[in-house]
Design a protein around this ligand. Sequence first.
Ligand code: MG
Ligand code: MG
Length: 279
Amino acid sequence: MGLRDRGLEIKTPEQVAVMRRAGLVVGRTLALLTDSVRPGMTTGDLDAIAEEHILDSGATSNFKGYHGFPGVICTSVNDEVVHGIPGDRVLLDGDVVSIDCGAVVDGWHGDAAVTLAIGEVPAEVTRLMETTEASLWAGLAAARLGGRVTDIGHAVETHVDHRAEVDGAVYGVLEDYVGHGIGTAMHMPPNVPNYGKPGRGPRLVQGLVLAVEPMVTAGGIDCRTLEDDWTVVTEDGSWAAHFEHTFTLTPDGAWVLTALDGGRARLEALGVPYGGPRD
Ligand code: MG
Ligand code: MG
């Protein structure tokens, strides 16, 4: 059975180049929000900044109107894990906010997320954020042409488990929400779980583009959705972090389409070849 028979969208190098443009819009929007966020701002303020930047970049939002979602970003605060709706919630010193953002350029999608500290947060919250972000990069670094999709999630989970031991912390890797294929739609096959055994699932081939997005709590992995039908919160009230990148594999290595430098610095620090352009 061929890859296309399994419903995987395999892109040409030219199509990946357009996805890089969409990824850069997303990456630059998240960088702008990272620079802009201050205690006292509302999550709606962040949404307005993001919307203006996405439109000014000649892109459109893939979040706004997605199953009726009202924002161009998701803003999930503290014990909110994902899918928080931007609005009049004021961000306070000591909060964390996870911002998930997407954009479309010429019909091709990008998707990425970061968790940001508002002012000063406790050291254990910083460790949760660093662990989650590093687990994302561990997952990206584990991806090889000829490998399998679950190699990524295995590396994510292994990294989080290792940090829990080192930090003497309890971390939970969500299983109800997973990463995904991306291309002419934001959410496409295959699922990219953040846990489990390696060596399973579709083969990683050139032209496959995936969004990897570990969601990690400082507690358990049980979640529920609030009455707004969107916001996912932890059942035990533990705080959560969420980092995401859209990436692909070239014959040279990994290319992180939503990272401003294509992922070069973080991949090379992990001893993994960078697969994007070098200009
Ligand atoms: Mg996302
Ligand atoms: Mg995603």
